[in-house]
Design a binder for this molecule. Structure first.
Ligand code: PLP
Length: 228
């Protein structure tokens, strides 16, 4: 049996490259006195949106938080159904449950390892409000077909991009195709901050603290979320 001719130095999962530049940034942050959300966070949000070619980025504590906020943005409520794929991390379905809705699983296509649009169609009921697709292991979902299904049935389309910061589907960057994109900076991901996440949406008012579901600091007309 032939030996695997792979690399000699194994690529360790969850062991990111941390160089002097990253260490200097952390030290500069601590020295700046901004230990909470400050100008560096705003710079990251701007850089992220620019990398994605537009939209509005909101830095959060995790991709799980971004998925939760996505449910609030899309007004998912108890009694609703949200279709998603079982080939994912539990956080995808947990966000649906946290919103009081019911996750409905549409399995993946064995060829693409991403959600099967035919199975999504078959899972739609009068209670379906949204679809969360997962660009699993960086492989893009069949977004043309999924976008068609979502617009035909007036469903929100959320992209779980935890594995897919660099993923491109037919010239469009992951997270910019559906209504909301959710990203992870957890230590096992492609770009890391230790823990962290990002939400990306074209709708500016949805991700502006004080006006969207994040609500105002002191006076608020609706329940907010603590996800920074
Ligand atoms: C597909 C997928 N979605 C969401 C998450 C949650 O990411 P986070 O740990 O940033 O909350 C993960 C984490 O592994 C994931 O793999």
């Amino acid at each position: 049996m032939s030996q695997n001719p792979g690399r000699k130095d194994p690529l360790v999962f969850g062991s990111p490259l941390i160089g002097e530049e990253e260490i200097d940034e952390v030290v500069a942050t601590v020295r700046s006195g901004w230990l909470g959300t400050g100008p560096r966070v705003a710079r990251l949000e701007r850089a992220f949106a620019a990398y994605k070619g537009g939209g509005h980025a909101l830095a959060l504590s995790s991709c799980s938080a971004a998925l939760h906020i996505a449910m609030l943005i899309c007004e998912i409520e108890p009694g609703d159904e949200v279709i998603t794929c079982p080939l994912t991390f539990a956080a995808t379905a947990h966000a649906i449950v946290h919103a009081g809705a019911t996750p409905v699983f549409a399995d993946c296509d064995r060829r693409t390892m991403t959600i099967d649009p035919g199975r999504v169609r078959a899972a739609i009921t009068p209670r379906t409000k949204a679809i969360i697709v997962i660009h699993f292991a960086g492989r893009p979902c069949e977004m043309d077909e999924l976008s068609t299904i979502a617009s035909e049935h007036q469903l929100k389309l959320i992209e779980d991009c935890a594995h897919a910061i660099e993923t491109v589907y037919r010239g469009r960057k992951a997270g910019t195709i559906g209504d909301v994109g959710c990203f992870s900076f957890h230590v096992t991901k492609n770009v890391i901050t230790g823990e962290g996440g990002m939400l990306l949406t074209a709708e500016q008012e949805l991700c502006r603290p004080g006006e969207g579901p994040l609500a105002a600091r002191y006076v608020t007309g609706r329940v907010g979320a603590i996800s920074r």
